[in-house]
Design a protein around this ligand. Structure first.
Ligand code: AQP
Length: 324
């Protein structure tokens, strides 16, 4: 039997090249070797306010982008988190075994809480829900970008704590990071992670940006004031662009760009990114031409995973002595 892989992405904001290179590209590459489940985590998205109509549309857009970026519905289940009630149900049971201090230490909570006027409880509970997403399917491997490593560590801690309190119940999952592209930085500020929620038109390359806009954003990306690439001494801006190019096109090497003038180097980066995103955008247009197709994939995914989720919830309830 194949080991199970699970990962997810929030249907909020514009999916960007960091989400793709850090997560979805990796999912597409490994999906065949595992029993793969990829989840549109809409319950996570509502930890901050989402306009309801926009959220509903984003869920389908995200599913279409998964497919366009190489997730094969014949090999993987694509699901919407809120369509399987076990995610929320298990999250409550895990909340009850999670010490508050573990959640308050999460760096993403601290960073996001700083930006909110009022901090919803959901923002604090977010990593417990993420643990539930993973443990619900007894996933062995979780491919994510580096920013999620701390949440994965917490998932392991919660699983182990539950197992030691109530007996062996959960598989303790391992993190799987991409070799190149685990942390893509903002184009406008290469010291900050590229992020959907960051504002500023020059910050991120959205997967659906038109090709001219992509080129413009890359040509305007912040760098230091050296005239040419020096791979020994390059600053964070050039290093980030090089990572993006290498993750998009494996023929881009340090040697092949060393000594290039910044203008030419940026053109090479844009070429690599456009060559990677153009077929994804074409496929996206094909996939979205038939909305019923997307809904069919999501229904099929749900039907496939539901028995797994129900089995785990039953086991957890039984282990805790709840009414089964
Ligand atoms: N900059 C990044 N580089 C590499 N990987 C990244 N990921 C996110 N940003 C980068 C990975 O994308 C997956 C899905 O992320 P998410 O939608 O759950 O939310 P996030 O991690 O919080 O991503 P964002 O884009 O920064 O969204 P906001 O601004 O809403 O918080 C994860 O595997 C993540 O590691």
């Amino acid at each position: 039997m194949k080991a199970r892989v699970l990962s997810g992405l929030q249907p909020s904001g514009q999916l960007h090249i960091g989400n793709y290179l850090g997560a979805v590209k990796n999912w597409a590459e490994i999906q065949g070797g595992y029993e793969s489940i990829f989840c549109i985590v809409d319950l996570h998205a509502v930890t901050v306010y989402q306009e309801p109509k926009e959220l509903a549309a984003k869920i389908r857009e995200t599913a279409a982008l998964f497919l366009a970026a190489g997730i094969d519905p014949e090999q993987s289940s694509v699901i919407v988190q809120s369509s399987v009630s076990g995610h929320a149900e298990l999250a409550w049971m895990l909340t009850c075994v999670t010490p508050l201090g573990w959640l308050q230490r999460m760096t993403q909570f601290k960073a996001k809480a700083e930006k909110q006027e009022t901090i919803g409880d959901g923002l604090l509970q977010y990593p417990v829900l993420m643990a539930a997403d993973i443990l619900l399917y007894q996933a062995a491997i979780v491919p994510v970008g580096e920013d999620q490593s701390q949440h994965l560590e917490l998932t392991r801690d919660i699983a182990q704590r539950f197992n030691s309190l109530y007996g062996q119940t959960f598989v303790v999952p391992a993190t799987h990071l991409p070799i190149v592209g685990a942390r893509i930085m903002g184009l406008d500020d290469p010291t900050q992670k590229m992020s959907k929620s960051a504002t500023g038109s020059g910050h991120a390359i959205a997967l659906l940006d038109d090709l001219k806009t992509i080129q413009k954003k890359i040509l305007r990306a912040t760098t230091d004031s050296q005239p040419a690439v020096d791979v020994e001494t390059m600053g964070p801006g050039i290093a980030n662009l090089l990572t993006i190019a290498q993750a998009c096109d494996s023929s881009v090497t340090k040697e092949s760009v060393n000594g290039m003038r910044y203008g030419d180097f940026k053109k090479r980066v844009a070429e690599a990114v456009i060559a990677r995103l153009e077929p994804i955008q074409k496929r996206y247009r094909e996939v979205t031409a038939d909305p019923a197709y997307i809904d069919g994939i999501l229904t099929r995914g749900r039907e496939h995973v539901l028995p797994i989720a129900e089995d785990t919830v039953r086991k957890v309830k039984s282990a805790m002595g709840l009414y089964v």
